[in-house]
Design a protein around this ligand. Structure first.
Ligand SMILES: Nc1ncnc2c1ncn2[C@@H]1O[C@H](COP(=O)(O)OP(=O)(O)O)[C@@H](O)[C@H]1O
Ligand SMILES: [Mg+2]
Length: 258
C-alpha cells in the first residue's frame, strides 16, 4: 500500500542451513516510531540489513518507500551501537563526511552550514571542532545521529544505538531522540532488546519470536511523551506482560542452544 513506507511481506532468510525468517511480515507507516524488540539472535539486525540492501531477500518482498531495497536504500540512514566516527575528523567534519559520500556536487559551504545546523539540533553547537576522542560516548552518538540526518533520509534505522552508554546517558538520549523525531518528522525503526526502552520510545512495538522468527505480538502505545513508566499503570502492565513473554522466549532459546 502506498501509505506504508517500509514493508516486509513473507520474507525468507537463511544463513547456510539455518532459517532465520520463514515468512516475516510487517509494515511501517510514514512518521512512525517503530521499535523492534526481541531476544538476542532472533534477527533484529538482519531485518535492518535487508531494508538497507546490505543483504538480499531469499523469498518474499521488502519495499523501502515503495521501491525494492536496491533502489530505495538512499531513503535510509543508519545509526549503529558504536558511532563509527572517523577519528581524524572533527564532529563537524564527520557530519560533512556523511554528505560528501552521498552528494557529489554539493558546495562545501552549503554542507558546512547544514552540518552546523544538525549539530545544534543534537545539542552539540559548542562542540563542532572537537575530535571524537574529545567527546563522551553520548556526544559521539549525537554526532552519529546528526550524520544520519545529514543525508535527509526519510527513514532512520537505529540498531541498539544506546546500549553501550551508561544508564543516565541512555535515559537522556532516549528523551533526545524523541525530541529530534518530533522535530524532524522522520520515520524511525529502532531495534532494541530493552523492554523499558521500547515502552518509553515506541508508537508501536513488534515483539519478535525465536527463530524461525515471526512477529509474536504487536503493542500499540498511544501514551503522550515524555513517558514515565513508573507513573503509568498501562505501561507497567505492558512491561510485566513483555517481561513474562521474554522469559518464555529466553528459556525456549536456551533449550535450543543446549
Ligand atoms: N552473515 C551471517 N552468516 C551466518 N549467520 C548469520 C549472519 N548474520 C547473522 N547471522 C545469524 O542470524 C541470526 C540473527 O542475527 P542478528 O540479526 O544479528 O540477530 P539480533 O540482531 O536479533 O541479535 C543469528 O543467529 C546470527 O548468528
Ligand atoms: Mg543485533
Amino acid at each position: 500500500m502506498a501509505e506504508e513506507i517500509l514493508t516486509f511481506d513473507e520474507v525468507m532468510t537463511r544463513f547456510n542451513a539455518e532459517t532465520i525468517y520463514d515468512g516475516l511480515s510487517f509494515s511501517v507507516r510514514p512518521g512512525e516510531f517503530l521499535c523492534i524488540l526481541g531476544p538476542s539472535g532472533c534477527g533484529k539486525s538482519t531485518s535492518l540489513r535487508l531494508m538497507g540492501d546490505l543483504l538480499d531477500v531469499q523469498g518474499g518482498t521488502v519495499t523501502v518507500a515503495g521501491l525494492p531495497p536496491e533502489r530505495g536504500w538512499d531513503q535510509l540512514a543508519y545509526v549503529f551501537q558504536s558511532p563509527r566516527l572517523v577519528p581524524w575528523r572533527t564532529a563537524l567534519g564527520n557530519v560533512m563526511l556523511g554528505m560528501e559520500l552521498r552528494f557529489d556536487d554539493r558546495p562545501k559551504r552549503e554542507m558546512e552550514e547544514a552540518a552546523r545546523r544538525l549539530l545544534a539540533l543534537v545539542g552539540l553547537q559548542r562542540d563542532t571542532d572537537k575530535y571524537p576522542a574529545m567527546l563522551s560516548g553520548g556526544e559521539r552518538q549525537r554526532v552519529a545521529i546528526a550524520r544520519a540526518l545529514s543525508v535527509d533520509p526519510k527513514i532512520i534505522l537505529m540498531d541498539e544505538p544506546f546500549s553501550a552508554l551508561d544508564l543516565n546517558t541512555r535515559r537522556r538520549m532516549r528523551a533526545e531522540i524523541i525530541r529530534i523525531w518530533q522535530e524532524t518528522g522522520k520515520t524511525v525503526v529502532f531495534v532494541t532488546h530493552d523492554i523499558e526502552e521500547a515502552l518509553v520510545l515506541a508508537d508501536r512495538i513488534l515483539l519478535l519470536s525465536n527463530k524461525p522468527t515471526s512477529v509474536l505480538e504487536t503493542i500499540v502505545l498511544a501514551d503522550a511523551r515524555p513517558r514515565d513508566l513508573d507513573g503509568s499503570a498501562v505501561l507497567n502492565e505492558h512491561k510485566n506482560h513483555l517481561i513474562s513473554l521474554f522469559r518464555t522466549l529466553e528459556d525456549a532459546g536456551k533449550e535450543v542452544a543446549t
